[in-house]
Design a protein around this ligand. Structure first.
Ligand code: ZN
Length: 427
C-alpha cells in the first residue's frame, strides 16, 4: 500500500466523511446509469454465464495442472474485450481494466484449480436446474462470476476511477498452498493492490476473517530391528504413539477457535519388526496468529517429549529415535484481525442490501483472501450466488436459483464501489 500516492489523498477526501458519518463503507453506485446497464446485462446474460460455468468445469484443472483451463479462460477474457489478457509465471490469468483517474486498484479473482486428480470425470450432468460435476461450484462458479463482471463492466461502459484487475488464479486448493495469489500479491502486483476480492463458494456470504493453518509431516526415525532379537531398541512407532497421546491432551482456546488433529499415520514394515520409521501428518488451525503459534509450540513440545520418553524407556540402547518436521503447507494470517466493521466488509454488506438481501452472513474460512489479509491488504471472499452441495467431493452439485444472478451483480457492485466511479469520488 502506498499512502503517499496522490490517488489515496483523493480517496481519503471522500472516504473520511463517509466513515465519520457512521456508514464506514463506500457509496454503492446503483444510481449510476452505467452501473444500472451493467446490472441489467448480468441479469439478462444469466444463461450465458451458466454456460461459462459448465464449459469451464469440463476442462480438468488439478493443482499444478491448470494450464488448459487457464488458456481457455484467457481466450474468453480476450473475447470479452480484454485484448491484453496475459498469463504470469505462476500460471495466473490476468486482465487489467484501466481506471479514469486516481482511485484504488481492485483485484477480483476466482480460482482455476480443483482438488480433483488427473483423470477425474468432469463431465457435467444436468437434472433440471441442478448440475453435478466435480468443481462445478468450487470454483467454476467463481470463474464464471469473474467473466460476467468482465462482460458487464464493458457492456455498461462503466468508468471506474481505480484500475480493476480480473484474475483466474492458480493454486488455491490444498497442496497449491495459495501459490497463485502469493505470486500476484508478493511479486507481480506487490504493493499495488488496494482491495482484493475472491469469489469462492455459493450464495451470498462474506468471508472476512482468515483461518490460518499450519500442516506438518512429522517423521520419526530409529534403527529398527527384529521384534525378538533386537528387543530393547526404541521404536519409531512407539515414539509416535507416545507423541500422539500427549498431543491429544493439548488444550486449545475455544475462542478464537483453535484446532488440531493428527490426520494420517504411517509406519513400520512388518508385524515382527521394531519399527524404524513412522510418520504422521498434523494439521493446526486458528483465526488468531498467537493461538496458532502457541498450539504449534505445544504440539512440538509434545512430540519432543514423546520421543524423549521412548528413548528413556530403553536406556541401554545405543540407538535413539530422532524426529524431523517437514512443512506440508502454511496458510498465513495477519497479526491484526480484519473485522466486520472494516470498510471493505461494510461495503460488501451494503451492496448485498442494495440487491435486496436481508441478511448476509459473515464468517471465517481458509481461502485465497488469507494471503492479502496476512499482508494487511483489505480482502474478502464472497459467494457467487446460486446454491449447491458437496464441495471437494465427486458428487458436487450446483443449483441455479431464481436469484442466482445476484451473485455476479453483487461482485460488480462491490468492485465498482471500491474502485470508485466518476460520480462517487467527488469529495
Ligand atoms: Zn474454492
Amino acid at each position: 500500500m502506498h499512502p503517499l500516492r496522490p490517488r489515496h489523498t483523493l480517496l481519503c477526501l471522500c472516504l473520511v466523511p463517509a466513515i465519520l458519518a457512521g456508514q464506514g463503507s463506500f457509496a454503492i453506485p446503483t444510481d449510476q446509469p452505467s452501473v444500472k446497464r451493467a446490472l441489467d446485462d448480468i441479469k439478462s446474460s444469466n444463461s450465458w454465464m451458466l454456460d461459462q460455468q459448465l464449459s469451464i468445469c469440463e476442462i480438468p484443472a488439478p493443482d499444478f495442472k491448470e494450464q488448459a483451463r487457464a488458456a481457455e479462460f484467457k481466450k474468453r477474457l480476450i473475447a470479452l474485450g480484454y485484448p491484453n489478457t496475459r498469463i504470469d509465471t505462476a500460471g495466473n490469468v490476468i486482465a487489467e481494466r484501466a481506471g479514469t483517474g486516481n482511485g484504488p486498484t481492485v483485484m477480483l479473482a476466482g480460482h482455476l484449480d480443483t482438488v480433483f486428480p488427473e483423470g477425474t470425470d468432469v463431465k457435467v450432468k444436468r437434472d433440471g436446474n441442478k448440475f453435478a460435476a466435480p468443481g462445478i461450484g468450487d470454483d467454476c462458479r467463481g470463474l464464471a462470476v469473474v467473466l460476467a463482471v468482465a462482460k458487464a463492466l464493458n457492456e455498461g461502459q462503466i468508468q471506474t476511477n481505480g484500475k480493476v484487475i480480473l484474475v483466474g488464479n492458480v493454486g488455491e486448493e490444498g497442496e497449491g498452498n495459495l501459490r497463485g495469489v502469493r505470486e500476484l500479491l508478493t511479486s507481480g502486483y506487490k504493493g499495488k493492490i488496494d482491495y482484493f476480492i475472491s469469489v469462492d463458494g455459493l450464495g451470498l456470504h462474506v468471508v472476512d476473517r482468515a483461518v490460518g493453518s499450519k500442516r506438518y509431516d512429522v517423521k520419526f526415525k530409529g534403527p529398527g530391528g527384529h521384534s525378538y532379537g533386537a528387543f530393547g531398541m526404541p521404536s519409531a512407532i512407539h515414539a509416535m504413539g507416545r507423541a500422539i497421546a500427549l498431543i491429544s491432551d493439548v488444550q486449545v482456546p475455544a475462542s478464537p477457535k483453535t484446532t488440531y488433529t493428527v490426520g494420517i499415520v504411517k509406519g513400520g514394515t512388518s508385524v515382527n519388526s521394531i519399527a524404524g520409521d513412522a510418520s504422521m501428518e498434523v494439521d493446526m488451525r486458528s483465526e488468531s496468529l498467537a493461538n496458532l503459534d502457541s498450539a504449534e509450540a505445544r504440539i512440538r513440545r509434545a512430540i519432543d517429549a514423546g520421543v524423549a520418553a521412548e528413548n528413556k524407556r530403553w536406556p541401554n540402547s545405543p540407538a535413539k529415535i530422532a524426529v524431523k518436521f517437514d512443512t506440508i503447507g502454511i496458510r498465513p494470517i495477519g497479526a491484526k484481525l480484519q473485522t466486520d466493521d472494516s470498510p471493505i466488509v461494510r461495503t460488501a454488506l451494503e451492496a448485498s442490501k442494495a440487491l435486496g438481501a436481508e441478511q448476509t452472513p459473515t464468517g471465517a474460512s481458509s481461502t485465497d483472501s488469507n494471503l492479502p489479509m496476512s499482508l494487511g491488504i483489505p480482502a474478502i471472499t464472497i459467494g457467487g450466488g446460486g446454491k449447491g452441495s458437496g464441495a471437494h467431493s465427486l458428487t458436487e452439485t450446483f443449483e441455479e436459483t431464481p436469484d442466482g444472478y445476484k451473485g455476479p451483480q453483487w461482485a460488480l457492485l462491490i468492485v465498482t464501489a471500491l474502485a470508485g466511479t466518476r460520480a462517487s469520488v467527488t469529495p
